[in-house]
Design a protein around this ligand. Structure first.
Ligand code: FAD
Length: 137
């Protein structure tokens, strides 16, 4: 196997977003998933519409040993920025109670968008991999 700067285990929402950002910064990135399809939870949650974000998100909604981490993470990438990215790619959303934002159509569009962005950033994605295991050493 080639050498990669970054290897990400799990092609879910987190892994794909991290892969896209790393790829855009010029890193060679490999994403491995044991499932045959990427983004499976995105596709099936929220009754197929996926609760993509919440407009009223704040650091007070998170429990953490380091509360400052989430303040800085949320300040650097806000729900509005994420919604802006979806809008740029023609993915329409619908706001429900308490600021919850869902895809207006199928969440499949989000998975397809993440896959396109990852491939455009040069990310290599491999599915149906043997399940990766942690190592004690
Ligand atoms: C019923 C339910 C409904 C939910 N609804 C929503 C919702 O509407 N909106 C929302 O934001 N969140 C929802 N969530 C929470 C949701 O799980 C997370 O928001 C989101 O999936 C987290 O993404 P992730 O990438 O961290 O994890 P995941 O989506 O779980 O991705 C992890 C990936 O890693 C792969 N993987 C795991 N272990 C290995 C291994 N050892 N080797 C190889 N691959 C591996 C998995 O196959 C998977 O593709 C819901 C959760 C549940 C259980």
């Amino acid at each position: 196997m080639n050498d990669f700067d970054v290897i990400i285990i799990g092609a879910g929402a987190s892994g794909l977003m991290a892969a896209i950002e790393a790829g855009r910064r010029g890193r060679s990135v490999l994403v491995l998933d044991h499932n045959p399809r990427i983004g499976e939870k995105i596709r099936v949650t929220g009754g197929g519409h996926c609760n993509v974000t919440n407009r009223e998100i704040s650091s007070g909604h998170y429990l953490s040993r380091n509360p400052h981490f989430c303040k800085s993470a949320l300040a650097r990438f806000t729900p509005a920025e994420f919604l802006g990215r979806l809008a740029e790619h023609g993915i329409q959303v619908q706001e429900r109670d308490h600021g919850q934002v869902f895809c207006a159509g199928s969440a499949r569009a989000v998975v397809e968008w993440l896959e396109r962005e990852a491939l455009a950033a040069g990310v290599l994605i491999r599915t149906s991999c043997p399940r990766c295991r942690g190592s004690a050493g």
